[in-house]
Design a protein around this ligand. Structure first.
Ligand code: CTP
Ligand code: MG
Length: 227
């Protein structure tokens, strides 16, 4: 394929505090990783590289093989690093030579619909160097200094970034090769290397499972309680 998706799942889930690496916490009978992979494999045909915590590669492979179906030949598992950026770099090293569009996706965004993957791939294939799915910011945001409100922030100039974020493969590889600090996301890393990044519509289901409340929300969406 000309497209690859790097799914980073090597984090420990400190804020979730569920007693296991976050990707292996259950939503229903399936893990967060397995749910994330359902969306990935229902999206455009792509190589899929899952980045797993050191020692949990076998568990990741189990989820991959169950989720991949007929696409299992396109999937592989590699070992992650100490930071998300290190884990993405490990995944990028496993991307096949013929790939020219790479998406980077958080396994913790387990419920992203397949259409978002398609939207991001289409935007990069149409020529954009980098693309981020975003949602409008709903809350009123204040710039503060200490306990003082400094200024109103114009909400129309803000957006909340999600994943999958998609990039031209050459640009992403080069940006990772020259990165000399930790960036908050791949879009920031690519922007720091001098490339413009654009937005496409994200999806409310693209929220990241970070806290126990997020986990409850994801579980209720997967397994709605009858009224
Ligand atoms: N991630 C990773 N390798 C790391 C750290 C994070 O692959 N060393 C991945 C996580 O598995 C997750 C995504 O990056 O899918 C977003 O990170 P985050 O939500 O912060 O997950 P954790 O780092 O696991 O959570 P916490 O920060 O609460 O420990
Ligand atoms: Mg983290």
């Amino acid at each position: 394929p000309r497209v690859a998706v790097v799914v980073v799942a090597a984090g420990s889930g400190t804020r979730l505090g569920a007693g296991a690496p976050k990707a292996f916490v259950g939503l229903d009978e399936h893990t967060i990783l397995r749910h994330a992979l359902r969306g990935v494999f229902a999206g455009p045909r792509a190589q899929v590289v899952v980045v797993a915590p050191d020692g949990r590669e076998g568990d990741a492979l189990t989820d991959v093989l169950e989720a991949a179906g007929a696409r299992r030949d396109l999937a592989s598992v590699v070992t992650g690093g100490a930071t998300r950026q290190g884990s993405v770099a490990a995944g990028l090293a496993a991307v096949w030579p013929d790939v020219d569009v790479v998406l980077v996706h958080d396994a913790a965004r387990a419920l992203v619909p397949p259409e978002v993957f398609a939207r991001v791939v289409d935007a990069v294939e149409e020529g954009l160097p980098g693309v981020v799915p975003v949602l409008p910011v709903i809350d009123t945001i204040k710039r503060i200094e200490g306990n003082a409100v400094q200024a109103a922030v114009d909400r129309s100039q803000l957006a909340a970034a999600q994943t999958p974020q998609g990039f031209r493969r050459d640009i992403l590889d080069t940006a990772y090769a020259v990165a000399d600090e930790e960036f908050t996301d791949d879009a920031a890393l690519v922007a720091a290397a001098g490339h413009p990044v654009y937005v496409v519509d994200g999806d409310p289901l693209g929220f990241k499972i970070t806290t126990p409340a997020d986990l409850e929300r994801a579980r209720s969406l997967v397994h709605p309680v009858a009224p």
